[in-house]
Design a protein around this ligand. Structure first.
Ligand SMILES: *[C@@H]1O[C@H](CO)[C@@H](O)[C@H](O)[C@H]1NC(C)=O
Length: 158
């Protein structure tokens, strides 16, 4: 219940955070492409591009990028292991039980940047009022609302 509530309440922030992450990855990929244009033998640029593509769930493209890195630097174990990770994720995605597309609440709650953002949101009186309203709608009764808010704050601060 609490997780559902958190999810609904914070989803605009999740989306914004995901959006900004996505544009960071796009920037990183552009940087790598520029580096490769200057020095086509710069294997690290392919390696880094593979990491960014993996983070964007573009596993097939990531694998292609690691393969290029490995052509230039066949001995590098980190390209090999990163490529294995991308291959595994690609398999997970295509299997029927694949979790590749599920929303990962646990990792979000463990994310310090998210926690501090959530904690500072909690300090905002308008947000508190809105939340206590949502809580009492969800649970019933103003007392439940106040209790819910306290629980939520302590969870966020925990
Ligand atoms: C392999 O590549 C990674 C990432 O570019 C780099 O940090 C590491 O030093 C390389 N290792 C070797 C043995 O060259």
């Amino acid at each position: 219940m609490l997780i559902l509530f958190l999810n609904a309440f914070f989803s605009p922030y999740f989306r914004a955070a995901a959006q900004s992450k996505l544009s960071n990855y796009n920037e990183a990929i552009k940087d790598c492409e520029r580096a490769i244009a200057i020095d086509p033998k710069y294997s690290k640029a392919y390696g880094r591009m593979g990491l960014a593509l993996t983070s964007m769930n573009k596993y097939q493209e990531a694998i292609t990028s690691y393969q290029k890195a490995l052509v230039l630097d066949p001995e590098n174990d980190s390209y090999k292991s990163n490529m294995k990770i991308a291959e595994q994720k690609l398999r997970d995605l295509s299997s029927p039980t694949g979790t590749g597309l599920s929303f990962d609440m646990a990792s979000l709650i463990n994310n310090p940047a998210f926690i501090s953002m959530a904690a500072s949101l909690m300090q905002n009186p308008q947000v508190q009022q809105l939340m206590s309203g949502m809580m009492s709608n969800a649970i019933g009764g103003p007392a439940a609302g106040v209790g819910g808010l306290t629980d939520l704050s302590s969870l966020i601060h925990a």
